[in-house]
Each structure stands twice: as structure tokens, then as C-alpha cells.
Design a binder for this molecule. Structure first.
Ligand code: HEM
Length: 215
């Protein structure tokens, strides 16, 4: 690429960045509403009495949306690098917190509607059924990330914030394994999520490897 077209590309990127920066409050509000759509849809279907097994329906839909939000959160950085739109990073926290929100609904459905606060049975289930162990481990890893998602925590933890938030990688792997383990016959869905996660992790690994070779 010539210096002229590179400069043009840079100018287009920075004007897109300025455009995004100015509209950030609106973009955030729009993304917030979009992230609430799955919940609205689930509430609508439940109110209409569509699902034959409402508890299973809520567990499955909240589990699915936790995974989708988690992968969307992980997709922000590569997208930012590919487009040069630094402002995208400001939307990442919103997506991450929505992943936690849907995970909390998912876990609450399990211990409230499914197990009815029978903590002894829940503890047994976590120990005995590997897919529940994996889901619970993923949820435990999410807690410190959600608790340190504020600007104040970011400032206080400095470099350690990045190290702590690298927990999102093992957490995403556990989440996909949780799904793959619970599926009995058709593995196509968990495999599709696994493939997306693989691409997102491979991109990071490749970038680090290239950077270490350059250093
Ligand atoms: C980051 C955390 C988690 C993620 C991403 C996640 C994701 C999922 C997904 C994608 C499903 C399947 C949805 C479908 O069948 O379409 C699912 C189902 C389920 N999850 Fe999770 N989950 C998480 C945490 C947990 C936790 C903490 C528990 C309980 C301790 C749990 C218990 C269950 C149960 C009981 C099912 C339904 C199994 C069935 O239908 O037979 N999950 N989860």
C-alpha cells in the first residue's frame, strides 16, 4: 500500500472514530436496548404460554445469551484492531456486564426454579455432574470480573486489572465445555460456539507471537 492511500485510510479511520465518539451515548443506549431484546422476547413467549417447559426454556435461553454476550465481548478487541475504531472499546464493558447479567439470571433460574434453594442438592449436583461443575466454575470466574468492571477498580488495580481480566479466556473455554458436555446427541451448536471462540483466541495468540518475533 502506498504512503498516500495509507494516509487516506488513516484519515478515514480517525474521522470514523470522531463520529463514533460523538455518538457514543446514543450507541451505548442502542446497544443496551439490543442486549435487552432476548429478555423481552423470552418474557413475551412465556406470557403467551408458548414454552411447554418454562423452566427449561428460561434456563436454555439465558444460558445461550450468556454465551453470545461473552463471545461478543471477546470480539470487540479484534474488531477494534481491524477497523482502527478505538471508540469500540467503550462498548465492551456494556457487553461484558450483559454477559454477567444473563449468567446471573441463568444461575438464579437453576437454584431457584429448578432446585428450589435446596443448597445440599445444589452442592451435590455441582460435584457430581461435570457439566454443572463447568458452568459453576465459569460463573465463579465471572464474579471478580463483574466486581472490578468500574473505572475506579481499573485505576486502583492498574496493571493487575489486565491480568485479572485475562480470566475471561479460561472462563469462555469453561462456558463452551459446559455446553458441549450437557448436549447429548447433536453437538453442532456447541461446536459452532467453540469454533468462534477458537478464532477469537487464535487471533490473539497469533498477534502475540508476531509481536514477540518483532521484539
Ligand atoms: C458463564 C456461565 C455459564 C454459561 C455461559 C452457560 C451456558 C449454558 C448454555 C449455552 C446452555 C444450553 C442452552 C441450550 O440448551 O440451548 C446451558 C444450560 C444449562 N446450564 Fe449453563 N451456563 C453457565 C453457567 C451455569 C451455572 C452456574 C449453572 C448451575 C450451577 C448452569 C446450569 C445449567 C443447566 C442446568 C442447564 C440446562 C441443562 C439441560 O437443559 O439439560 N449453567 N448453560
Amino acid at each position: 500500500m502506498g504512503a498516500h492511500s495509507q494516509a487516506l485510510g488513516g484519515a478515514a479511520r480517525s474521522s470514523a472514530n470522531v463520529w463514533l465518539g460523538r455518538r457514543l451515548p446514543w450507541l451505548k443506549a442502542a446497544l443496551f436496548l439490543v442486549c435487552l431484546l432476548p429478555l423481552a422476547r423470552a418474557a413475551w413467549l412465556l406470557a403467551a404460554g408458548e414454552p411447554t417447559n418454562p423452566i427449561e426454556f428460561i434456563t436454555r435461553s439465558t444460558g445461550t445469551w450468556t454465551l453470545v454476550m461473552l463471545l461478543a465481548t471477546l470480539a470487540v478487541s479484534p474488531l477494534r484492531r481491524a477497523t482502527g475504531w478505538g471508540q469500540l472499546l467503550r462498548l465492551r464493558r456494556l457487553l461484558g456486564l450483559f454477559a454477567f447479567f444473563y449468567a446471573s439470571l441463568h444461575f438464579t433460574t437453576y437454584f431457584w426454579l429448578d432446585q428450589f434453594f435446596d443448597w445440599a442438592a445444589i452442592a451435590r449436583d455441582i460435584v457430581k455432574r461435570p457439566f454443572v461443575t463447568l458452568g459453576f466454575a465459569a460463573f465463579c470466574l465471572m464474579l471478580p470480573l463483574a466486581l472490578t468492571s468500574t473505572d475506579a477498580a481499573m485505576r486502583r488495580l492498574k496493571r493487575r486489572w489486565g491480568q485479572l481480566h485475562a480470566l475471561v479466556y479460561p472462563l469462555a473455554v469453561l462456558a463452551v465445555l459446559h455446553y458441549a458436555w450437557l448436549v447429548k446427541k447433536d453437538l453442532s451448536q456447541p461446536l459452532a460456539y467453540g469454533a468462534v471462540l477458537f478464532v477469537l483466541l487464535a487471533e490473539r495468540a497469533l498477534r502475540r507471537w508476531l509481536a514477540s518475533r518483532r521484539a
